[in-house]
Design a protein around this ligand. Structure first.
Ligand code: SF4
Length: 220
């Protein structure tokens, strides 16, 4: 049996806009130049660094406890890592949410298919009941992407766009995002989002100094 997480470790937490956010892993296939993990262990007092990854039942239990505190518009897989590193947990918890008619969203770096090559990931997410996905694009060309996001995979950029395209094709509400990083081509990122049929949103750059004003989450 797994040792218990300490009370300070956060699986579920509240973000801006009435959502509950889930922190299911600290692993990630990117090493973004702007990642909060480089300079903090959490956000707004919620510790998001984990001594171990929570089991699915611990995640659903954490969601239930959050709902005791009040309603939420949606539950978002997000946290201090890439959720599709644990695709099985994302799918199981999404199913659990769907059975309770709770909307689920995935915030992702878009590497899901690279990380899980034996699964048709967008199809599996749609089948589990995922309603929305936010894919972190951050660059309008592969060279800039590799420089800003420093992916473990070669040719990750094309895979991110393809992942978004396939989510659109499976009727998952899809948004591409880009952090307003120095030199970021936000207009170019928006044009790519439009081309794949997705929405686009620019995100503010969180810095140690601006941490208190940052969104209450680290989006993948
Ligand atoms: S994808 Fe998200 S968690 Fe991963 S390095 Fe980038 S900002 Fe950090």
């Amino acid at each position: 049996m797994s040792p218990p997480l300490t009370p300070a470790e956060t699986i579920a937490y509240r973000g801006a806009g009435g959502a509950i956010y889930l922190n299911i892993t600290n692993r990630c296939s990117n090493d973004c130049a702007f990642c909060l993990r480089a300079w903090t262990d959490g956000v707004y007092g919620d510790v998001l660094t984990l001594t171990r990854e929570p089991e699915p039942h611990e995640v659903t239990q954490a969601v239930e406890l959050e709902f005791i505190d009040g309603p939420a518009d949606e539950v978002v897989f997000c946290g201090f890592g890439e959720p599709t590193m644990r695709l099985d947990v994302v799918l199981a918890v999404t199913e659990w949410l769907r059975l309770r008619r709770i909307p689920a969203r995935l915030d992702t770096n878009g590497h899901g298919q690279l990380l899980n090559p034996d699964v048709d990931v967008p199809a599996a997410l749609a089948a589990a009941g995922l309603g929305a996905v936010t894919v972190s694009l951050n660059a309008a060309d592969p060279e800039s992407y590799d420089r800003i996001c420093r992916p473990l995979f070669g040719k990750a950029y094309r895979a991110v766009i393809q992942f978004a395209e396939q989510c659109v094709q499976h009727d998952i509400q899809t948004t591409l995002t880009a952090v307003d990083f120095p030199g970021a081509d936000l207009a170019g990122c928006e044009a790519i989002a439009t081309a794949v049929g997705a929405a686009f949103r620019a995100r503010g750059l969180a810095t140690p100094r601006g941490h208190d004003q940052a969104e209450k989450r680290e989006e993948a």
